[in-house]
Design a protein around this ligand. Structure first.
Ligand code: OOG
Ligand code: NI
Length: 458
């Protein structure tokens, strides 16, 4: 009887809160960032017009508790077990992100809820990367990395047992869910003790900061959490006053009247004390730089056509930045180039650039005649309103920027691009879902609901 089980949405909600609590305790700078974001959001809200509030999910309950995080895994077994863990929380793998394009030896997916209902309950997402040992050319280091990963167990026995129970029952009881959360959260704890020698650590670090972070420790510590803000420019500006060291630029699109996709910034990763093993069983003290805090501002999900335009414009900005000899005003350039992206919801809808959900208005509920199939006419008649769907995913170029500004050295691309989605999915033990299809489905369903209601009234 499924009624005895806690809903996956509830488990995710509690898990997300527990993760945020843990990270606030572990990384006081993140605690400060959350306070800053709450301050900025409260100020912004007090100036927000009712119109703006109604046209977005920015007033919704999900907003304040909204977080994403990121982890980096070492092996296929770790990734496939992680998939099973997240499935019990209603988080499924969406999208494939090829970071080798940006010269990083990982590829990734985002575990997240996929239905409109689950997203509004709590949209908690984890950007999950898998190390690509195949991209390490040095055979000796590749072997040492593989050996270090082979000897670690990132999940407790009890966690694995609870996953199996949850799968067999297709759910967890209240006490099982509590145990599940407290067991699984251990996987994401920080380990100040490296499982390799300082010499090995240095060799991995020399190769790439990500490799050192993934290979040298007992588990995939959560490396950042990200609250959502209403005004990312304000957060970026105020970080130094709060004692936080922001990365140089905000990733993603420029500030706009009609926000699109995702804008992100972070405070730079902290240098933290760790210890390394020595041959004689002693420990020596060193440092590792991996953990940071991030902020995001989310806008509308774009259709493939809108996304292609975004990619084209961003590509032009990056090409110009690279070719410029002197330092360019990146923010000014970004805004200038993105003037070519329509900044008006109606236009974005008629040109098919963004995804929307359609809702019947009170006038629509009373409408009794003149109903045809054209949604634009319904909107003109005031029967239906269109609200842009929030983008629930990530952006590969932005993710690369976030990765890079948090590696100890800002490394130039060292690895050759070679996308390998099928290898990723084999490791995952499942295919990744297509994000565009999810937004399209939500849009189609909302349209069908409006149509049915209007036809029934005829
Ligand atoms: C992941 C970086 C990507 C984002 O928000 O784009 C990311 C990492 O540093 O492991 O979290
Ligand atoms: Ni992130």
């Amino acid at each position: 009887m499924s009624a005895v089980y806690v809903s996956p949405d509830d488990i995710r909600d509690r898990f997300a809160a527990a993760m945020s609590d843990m990270y606030r305790r572990e990384v006081p700078a993140y605690d400060k960032l959350v306070d800053l974001v709450e301050t900025v959001n409260a100020e912004y809200r007090s100036n927000m017009t009712a119109e703006i509030a109604a046209a977005s999910d920015e007033q919704s309950e999900r907003f304040e508790k909204e977080r994403h995080g990121a982890i980096r895994l070492g092996t296929a077994d770790e990734l496939s077990m992680m998939r099973r863990v997240f499935a019990l929380m209603g988080m499924l793998p969406v999208g494939y992100y090829d970071l080798s394009q940006a010269g990083l030896p990982v590829h990734s997916t985002a575990f997240r809820p996929v239905t409109a209902e689950a997203l509004s309950a709590n949209p908690f997402r984890i950007f999950t990367s898998l190390l690509r040992l195949d991209m390490i050319e040095d055979e000796d280091l590749k072997k040492r990395a593989g050996d270090a990963l082979a000897q670690r167990k990132i999940f407790s026995e009890r966690a694995v047992e609870l996953v199996k129970i949850g799968e067999a029952q297709t759910g967890l009881t209240t006490s099982q869910a509590e145990a599940f959360i407290s067991e699984v959260i251990k996987t994401f704890e920080w380990h100040a003790q490296a499982q390799v020698s300082q010499q090995d650590y240095s060799s991995f670090l020399e190769l790439n900061g990500l490799i050192a972070d993934i290979v040298c420790f007992k588990g995939p510590h959560i490396n950042h959490l990200t609250p959502r803000t209403l005004d990312i420019d304000d957060v970026q500006r105020r970080m130094p006053q709060w004692g936080l060291d922001p990365k140089a630029v905000i990733e993603g699109p420029p500030a706009r009247q009609c926000p699109i996709l995702l804008r992100q910034t972070s405070f730079r990763a902290l240098k933290e004390q760790v210890s390394f093993r020595t041959g004689d069983g002693k420990q020596i003290v060193g440092a590792h730089t991996a953990r940071f805090g991030e902020v995001e501002q989310r806008g509308a999900a774009l259709t493939p056509k809108g996304r292609a335009l975004y990619d084209e414009l961003l590509g032009a900005v990056l090409a110009e930045t690279r070719s410029a000899s002197a330092s360019v005003d990146y923010t000014g350039l970004l805004s200038a180039v993105f003037a070519a992206f329509p900044d008006d919801w109606r236009q974005m809808m008629s040109e098919g650039l963004a995804y929307f959900t359609f809702e019947l208005t009170d006038a629509g509920k009373r409408a009794t005649s003149g109903i045809d199939d054209d949604v634009e006419t319904w909107i003109e008649n005031g029967w239906v309103i269109a609200v842009a769907q929030t983008y629930e995913d990530f952006l590969p170029v932005s993710a690369a920027g976030i990765f890079r500004s948090n590696l100890e050295r800002d490394e130039a691309p060292q690895f050759t691009a070679n996308s390998n989605q099928s290898a990723f999915e084999t490791a995952l033990g499942a295919s990744t879902m297509d994000p565009f299809a999810l937004y399209q489905e939500t849009q189609d369903r909302s349209l069908a609901r409006c149509r049915a209601a209007l036809l029934a009234a005829r």
